[in-house]
Design a binder for this molecule. Structure first.
Ligand SMILES: Nc1ncnc2c1ncn2[C@@H]1O[C@H](COP(=O)(O)OP(=O)(O)OP(=O)(O)O)[C@@H](O)[C@H]1O
Ligand SMILES: [Mg+2]
Length: 329
């Protein structure tokens, strides 16, 4: 397989703080590769370096063989970037925004117009192309950012949190279009803190935390790190937690631990353990009992002892508002 991106010991320090810490990975041509990690993990900083906007403190990376440190201008011609913070001018139409990008990349006249039309059609935005961006929905704005980043037909595209704050339907629409990009032969590196997104979309995933890559592989390979199921138990009285944990560990040693205010039980087979568990729990006030099959969230928890994200619904209102405000003036 041919290599599209090769990252070697890439590091970014801000003063003494190490935001990205000697990361290494290789992305094959035509792959969809995700950097999955919580807030502040170093995802945007990594994209910033790979797209030559931020200079690495140490290390280097090669995009189709071009160094991001020594051959910035070559790199810029072959990549497209859709940043986390929205950049389109919302006083202009979607078409005007894309046309400006086409011209920045050196297309002129009819060719610039044709490229813009292609990008907007590709992102399912042609029907709204001549409306002002301020009238766009959140999903349309994200699709416009991607249209702006593909107008020059880049070989490699970086999508920094392409579905941040979107509802499930808009998110899935973007997933479909990213898959279309892959079909077109484009290599895609995206960042996300939604584990469903990494799992549904990626050929391979790198889990990043505190600037370090802590696991890398296909979603299936990563999930295979977790053997068996997880059972979460929430009881009304927190002072009963230790007692319950001891009783469960009497049956299967070291299977139960406390995570926040919940009990987490790791088991090879939940169906075998559940009847015994229910017997133990019958004396307590159980608020919730949840059986979870292996997923990337569990992999992250296993590796770090922390949850990947607090919000479950997927709509991070605060962050969404911060991001969209950046685009208004
Ligand atoms: N210009 C800067 N100066 C100092 N620290 C910075 C700077 N930019 C980023 N950082 C810090 O580097 C770390 C990584 O930030 P980064 O934006 O790359 O994280 P992220 O994974 O993209 O997070 P998020 O999910 O919130 O977008 C954070 O702790 C952040 O505060
Ligand atoms: Mg970020």
């Amino acid at each position: 397989m041919e290599t599209a991106i090769e990252v070697k010991d890439l590091t970014k320090k801000y003063g003494n703080f190490v935001a990205v810490d000697h990361i290494n990975f290789t992305i094959n041509k035509g792959e969809i590769f995700s950097l999955l990690g919580p807030n502040g993990a170093g995802k945007t900083t990594t994209i910033g370096m790979l797209s030559t906007i931020k200079r690495p403190t140490e290390g280097d990376a090669y995009i189709l063989g071009y160094s991001i440190v020594k051959q910035k201008y070559h790199v810029r011609k072959i990549i497209g970037v859709s940043p986390q913070d929205l950049t389109a001018d919302d006083e202009l139409s979607g078409y005007e925004n894309v046309l400006i990008m086409a011209k920045l990349f050196g297309y002129k006249g009819k060719e610039a117009e044709d490229r813009s039309e292609w990008a907007l059609k590709f992102m399912d935005l042609w029907d709204s192309a001549f409306r002002r961006v301020r009238e766009y929905s959140g999903g349309m704005r994200r699709r416009l950012e991607i249209a702006m980043s593909i107008v020059h037909n880049p070989s490699v595209i970086f999508l920094d949190e392409p579905t941040l704050g979107l509802d499930v339907q808009s998110r899935r629409h973007i997933w479909e279009l990213v898959r279309e990009l892959k079909k077109n032969g484009t290599t895609v590196l995206l960042t996300t803190h939604y584990m469903e997104e990494a799992e549904a979309l990626s050929d391979r995933v790198a889990i990043i935390d505190h600037g370090k890559i802590i696991a890398i592989g296909t979603p299936d390979e990563l999930k295979a790190k977790i053997k068996g199921d997880r059972i979460y138990i929430l009881v009304k009285e927190n002072d009963q937690l230790d007692e319950i944990i001891n009783k469960i560990n009497d049956i299967i040693p070291n299977s139960a631990i406390k995570i926040d205010n919940q009990i987490l039980v790791k088991t090879e087979s939940s169906s075998e353990l559940l009847p015994q568990l229910i017997k133990i729990l019958s004396g307590y006030d159980v608020v919730e009992l949840k059986v979870v099959k292996p997923n990337l969230e569990e992999v992250f928890l296993e590796l770090t002892g922390r949850e990947l994200r607090e919000e479950e619904g997927g709509f991070d209102r605060f962050k969404y508002m911060r991001v969209t405000r950046g685009a208004r003036r």
